[in-house]
Design a protein around this ligand. Structure first.
Ligand code: ATP
Length: 301
């Protein structure tokens, strides 16, 4: 495990205040791959409590592999991954279960069960981890459905009856089923039109703020990076090549970062946009959101 992390440090956490940040995910010297193909080549990454971390990188650089490896869905070759201070390789089954319950996951394309209604999908992690009466499970599911801005009549619809934006919201409701502290989002705005994507960014920003979530978000969406991310981690060559607020990315001389943030599809740097538009502006239906205690892991993919 590498002790020194050149790309990370307290200065990196400036957006979160001057105190030493509380690290929710700590990855050190991670090596992972398939057969003789090594994808992670000694990757280091910290995710701080209460931040929205955007994970970017070219196609095939390993963003999904990293996510799945952190979640324990893919084995690693070597290195150390700590989530909530625990090495998932070393915890007992009971401890693993309790950590799982503090994590929500929204997979790409939602990954809802097609044969279940929205409400039933939201209840999957509840059934897996909690022993609730049907009435309480219904009430909690409806609360989550309302929380993500879906109309209550969406509860009894099947995924095939939903628009792309509604599927994303339903998947988000399922990820929040048990009030997680940490949420993984895999390309949450992909496939949405610009207005839908901006609304979803606003939802993420508001949920993060209202519920105090830590968000690990894989994205290709520059607008999401500008509007809701506190920090960004850029992956290339099997490592995190830069991590920090958007200004750090914009100032980087790394060729991929230059092409990504200053290329043809990049936007002009505007400090107003860096002030977390979604977080600052969003109140909406979530202003009234209330959640009870609990935690959950949505692994239904
Ligand atoms: N199950 C698997 N078996 C073999 N190779 C895999 C497997 N899953 C991923 N890979 C390979 O690992 C590499 C990283 O894939 P990954 O899906 O993590 O990329 P990504 O950065 O998420 O890409 P994108 O932005 O296109 O979604 C790719 O070369 C991919 O082909």
């Amino acid at each position: 495990m590498s002790e020194a992390l050149s790309t990370f440090g307290p200065a990196d956490a400036g957006v979160l205040g001057s105190a030493a940040p509380d690290v929710v995910i700590r990855v050190r010297d991670l090596v992972a791959g398939f057969g003789d193909k090594i994808i992670m080549k000694g990757l280091d990454l910290d995710v701080y409590r209460g931040e929205v971390l955007g994970v970017v990188g070219g196609s095939g650089t390993g963003k999904s592999v990293l996510t799945r490896t952190i979640l324990g869905l893919l084995p690693k070759r070597s290195g150390r991954i700590e989530v909530f201070g625990a090495d998932l390789d070393e915890v007992s089954e009971r401890e693993y279960d309790s950590i799982e319950r503090r994590i929500g996951v929204m997979f790409q394309q939602g990954a809802l069960f097609s044969g279940l209604t929205v409400k039933q999908n939201v209840q999957v992690p509840m059934r897996e981890h909690l022993d609730l009466s049907p009435r309480l499970a219904d009430e909690l599911a409806m609360l989550k459905i309302e929380l993500v801005g879906l109309a209550l009549d969406a509860a009894d619809k099947y995924p095939s009856e939903l628009s792309g934006g509604m599927i994303k919201r339903a998947a988000m409701a399922r990820a929040l089923a048990l009030d997680p502290e940490l949420v993984f989002l895999d390309e949450p705005t992909s496939g949405l039109d610009p207005i839908g994507a901006a609304e979803f960014d606003e939802l993420i920003g508001t949920l993060q703020k209202t519920l105090g979530l830590t968000v690990f978000m894989v994205t290709h969406d520059l607008d999401s990076l500008y509007s809701i991310c506190d920090r960004i981690a850029a992956l290339a060559e099997g490592k995190v090549i830069a991590a920090g607020p958007i200004e750090t990315m914009l100032a980087s001389g790394h060729p991929w970062l230059k092409a990504y943030f200053h290329g043809k599809r990049a936007r002009q740097f505007d400090p107003e946009n860096v002030a977390c538009r979604a977080k600052a502006g969003a109140t909406g239906h979530l202003g009234e959101a209330r959640l009870n205690g609990g935690a959950g892991f949505d692994n239904a993919s």
